[in-house]
Design a protein around this ligand. Structure first.
Ligand code: ZN
Length: 358
C-alpha cells in the first residue's frame, strides 16, 4: 500500500510502498478515506527538536482520519466490514490505575498513532477495535452511545476526518459551563476556531479570538466570532471596552502556547475566571501568579479527548447543527502531499485535508 513515511532522520516525508498491515486478535483493518494534517505532522515533517527526540524512523505518520472497516481480526464483534469509522489515536495501556478506573484519557502509558506507532497517512491502518468510533447509521444495531452518533443524513467525510482535533476543541470547551459567559480564545488555529464554534453553540455571549495572523483572524470573523483581535496591534483591554465589558472574561481557552498570550489572558480575566490550557509552549515561562491568587483563577491543563465521552459530544453537536466545515480551507489528493504540507507550514490555512479514497 501507499503511505507517507518518515523514512529518514532528516526533514521531509516520503510517499512509499509499504506492506499492508494485518489485523491481529481484537484489531480491525481500516481503509483510510480522508486525513487531516496536524501541527504535530508539520513538526515531524520539519524535523524539529521535539520530533528528533520523539520519532523513530521509519514511521508512517498521521493520526487524524476517517475510514471504513475493511477486515476484522479474531474476536471482533463491535463493528462490521464497510462501517464508516473514526478512531481515538491514543492507545491506552489498560492496566494503570486510571485505565482500570475507566479514566482512559489519564493513562500515563498511552501510545499515539503516527507518533509512537504507524499512523493514518496510508491507504490502510490497523487499530484496536476498542479505539473505533462509528460515524454513520447502519442496518446493524450496536446499541448504546454508538446509536446516537449516527446522524440521519450521515456525516461529511472531511468533517469526520478531523474528529481528533475537533475533539481537542470540544474537550477544552466543555471544561466549564459557557451559558451567558464571555469567552476569550487565544490562538485562531483550527482548534481555537473549532472551540469558538463550540462556545457559540453552547450559549456563550461574547466569543473573542486573538491571533497575529490576518488570515486566521479573517477565518475567525467568517465563522462568526464576536471579535477577532490582532494582538500585534490591539490590546485586549481595548477589545473589552469596545464590547462594553467591565469585569473581564469569565472563561478562557489558551490555544497558542505563546507566553505573551497567556500573560495578557491572565490580565484580562474576571475574578473567579476559569482557564483551560491546550496550547503547548516551546519553553517554560513566568506568569503573574499573584493575579492567579487575587482573582482566584482556575487554570486547568487539557489534553486529548475523553474516551469516548468527547466523541459522543462531537457526534451530538454535529447532529444538532454545529458546523466545523468552514475551518477546513484546503483539500488535496494524497499524492500532492508536498503542496499540502507547504500550505500547512505557511500558516495561511485552516485545516488541510488529504484525500486517500482515489
Ligand atoms: Zn493506562
Amino acid at each position: 500500500m501507499k503511505a507517507l513515511v518518515k523514512a529518514k532522520a532528516e526533514p521531509g516525508l516520503w510517499l512509499q510502498e509499504v506492506p499492508q498491515p494485518k489485523p491481529g486478535p481484537g484489531e480491525v483493518l481500516i481503509r483510510v478515506l480522508r486525513t487531516g494534517i496536524c501541527g504535530t505532522d508539520l513538526h515531524i515533517d520539519a524535523w524539529n527538536e521535539w520530533a528528533q527526540t520523539t520519532i523513530k524512523p521509519p514511521l508512517v505518520v498521521g493520526h487524524e482520519f476517517v475510514g471504513e472497516i475493511a477486515e476484522l481480526g479474531e474476536d471482533v464483534e463491535s463493528v462490521y466490514v464497510g462501517e464508516l469509522v473514526g478512531a481515538e489515536g491514543h492507545i491506552v495501556c489498560g492496566r494503570c490505575r486510571n485505565c482500570l478506573a475507566g479514566r482512559r484519557v489519564l493513562c500515563a502509558n498511552s501510545v499515539g498513532i503516527g507518533v509512537h506507532r504507524d499512523g493514518a497517512f496510508a491507504e490502510y491502518i490497523v487499530m484496536p477495535a476498542g479505539n473505533v468510533w462509528p460515524h454513520l447509521s447502519s442496518p446493524r444495531e450496536i446499541g448504546g452511545s454508538a446509536e446516537i452518533s449516527r446522524g440521519p443524513r450521515g456525516i461529511d467525510l472531511d468533517v469526520a476526518s478531523i474528529f481528533d482535533p475537533f475533539g481537542n476543541a470540544v474537550h477544552v470547551a466543555t471544561q466549564y459551563r459557557l451559558v451567558a459567559e464571555d469567552v476569550l480564545i487565544t490562538g485562531a488555529g483550527p482548534i481555537g476556531l473549532m472551540a469558538a464554534i463550540v462556545a457559540r453553540h453552547n450559549g456563550a455571549r461574547y466569543v473573542v479570538v486573538t491571533d497575529v495572523s490576518e488570515y486566521r483572524l479573517e477565518l475567525a470573523r467568517k465563522i462568526g466570532v464576536t471579535l477577532a483581535v490582532d494582538v500585534s496591534k490591539t490590546r485586549l483591554s481595548e477589545a473589552q471596552a469596545e464590547l462594553g465589558m467591565k469585569e473581564g472574561f469569565d472563561v478562557a481557552f489558551e490555544m497558542s502556547g505563546v507566553p505573551s498570550a497567556m500573560r495578557e489572558l491572565i490580565d484580562n480575566m474576571a475574578h473567579g475566571g476559569r482557564v483551560a490550557i491546550l496550547g503547548l509552549p516551546e519553553h517554560e515561562f513566568p506568569i503573574d501568579w499573584s493575579q492567579v491568587v487575587f482573582k482566584m483563577l482556575t487554570l486547568r491543563g487539557v489534553y486529548g479527548r475523553q474516551i469516548f465521552e468527547t466523541w459522543y459530544q462531537m457526534s451530538v453537536f454535529v447532529q444538532t447543527g454545529l458546523d466545523i466545515s468552514p475551518v477546513i480551507t484546503h483539500r488535496f489528493p494524497y499524492r500532492d502531499y508536498k503542496e499540502a504540507f507547504a500550505i500547512g507550514h505557511s500558516g495561511k490555512c485552516g485545516k488541510v485535508v488529504l484525500d486517500w479514497s482515489e
